[in-house]
Design a protein around this ligand. Structure first.
Ligand code: XIL
Length: 365
């Protein structure tokens, strides 16, 4: 009996994943929005043929997970390391995939020497050189830039970053102005987590309006989307799509993953700087994702995609933060060494129930 049900499941999966029966993500949503993933170094270098094949089949956009962050691409005052970013651009061209470059200005993953700059004029020089050099090199080669990442606090005020402290609040307008000049053929976005939440959303709207009022181009906003499968803030997400798109800009979900593990805090954050120690009960599924949890996650993903489809045209890209559950940053954040299951593909690159549910939103809207 057990043998037989395994066989039936295997055949069913084979039938569903066959090219004639189930379209890939990029095919299914080709008239709706781009479908992206966060790509890591091994994947850019195509070290794993199965991963390379899956990315090429499923995704129409990629965001570099780490290699275009300042600590890697600009490791010394006068030192730039373009090697992996150049490889990424070549890889994306070859596979007809768009690149969303991530990111120009962010308080995290900055190289140590930037924290040691204590004079405002020097930081301004660094800021200008950083944006101008990198954005101009990739203009016309990448589709878009996350120009500024995570500039806001939860209450909507500006985060007290090294940029705010030394350059003042207009550093945001300046970042977009410099990017616009250096990359006239590239879309320019503001990206953050929790900006679907009312207070932080109001802060993001005020910020975008301020940039627009200065006559500077901002083409879109990225809502990161690091949520929990059992607690996706659907009403806030819908309100955000409406309010952000009313500013005349694109709305994207740029780092989507729906974690299934307990939260060490009561608040929801995606602040990479906030971590917690492991303790009993925090890693409940080391041997596999229980069906009941997979069902909750699959439903949450389907609800989200139905909402995204309702606003197609306003929502222009959905990017998952990683290829498969094994590669997800949520295995090591906010607690190291857990086993999380936040994405559409499992650790063997097989599509999960959530994958089929997402595709089905196109078949039964
Ligand atoms: C994460 C990466 O996934 C990790 O590999 C890295 O160690 C830390 O950063 N918000 C962002 C992303 O904008 O750049 C972060 O990526 C996740 C949270």
């Amino acid at each position: 009996m057990i043998q037989r049900s395994i066989l039936v499941t295997t055949l069913l999966t084979a039938a569903l994943t066959g090219p004639a029966q189930t379209p890939t993500l990029r095919e299914a949503f080709k008239d709706d929005f781009l479908i992206g993933m966060a790509i890591n170094t091994r994947q850019i270098e195509e070290k794993d043929p199965a991963a390379a094949r899956l990315i090429q089949q499923q995704f129409s956009a990629v965001t570099p997970e780490n290699i275009m962050k300042a600590e890697i691409i600009h490791p010394g005052w006068d030192v730039y390391n373009f090697d992996l970013a150049d490889k990424l651009v070549a890889y994306a061209q070859k596979n007809n995939i768009k690149v969303n470059a991530h990111n120009l200005i962010w308080h995290s993953q900055l190289p140590g020497y930037v924290h040691r700059i204590n004079n405002a004029d020097s930081l301004r020089t660094w800021f200008t050189n950083h944006i101008t050099t990198i954005a101009s090199r990739y203009d016309g080669k990448v589709y878009s830039w996350d120009v500024v990442n995570e500039a806001l606090n939860e209450d909507g005020t500006l985060r007290n970053s090294v940029f705010l402290q030394k350059l003042g609040p207009d550093y945001l307008i300046e970042a977009f102005r410099l990017a616009q000049k250096a990359a006239p053929h590239t879309k320019l976005y503001y990206n953050d987590y929790n900006i679907e939440q009312p207070k932080k959303r109001a802060g993001a709207i005020a910020l975008i309006k301020k940039i627009q009022a200065a006559g500077v181009r901002v083409d879109g906003v990225g809502i990161q989307g690091h949520w929990r499968a059992n607690n996706v803030p659907m009403a806030d997400i819908e309100a955000s799509i409406r309010e952000f798109s009313a500013l005349g800009i694109e709305v994207m979900f740029t780092e989507l993953d729906l974690g299934v593990l307990p939260n060490p805090w009561d608040n929801t954050t995606a602040d990479v700087g906030q971590t917690a120690a492991n303790r009993a009960g925090m890693n409940p599924y080391p041997g596999g994702l229980p069906d009941s949890v997979a069902d909750i996650q699959a439903k949450a993903y389907a609800d989200l995609f139905r909402l995204f489809l309702k606003y197609k045209g306003k929502v222009t890209r959905i990017t998952f933060w990683g290829l498969d559950d094994g590669m997800s940053w949520l295995n090591d954040w906010p607690i190291r060494g857990r086993t999380n299951y936040p994405l559409l593909f499992d650790r063997n690159y097989q599509p999960k129930k959530a994958y089929f549910n997402v595709i089905a939103t196109k078949q039964q809207p």
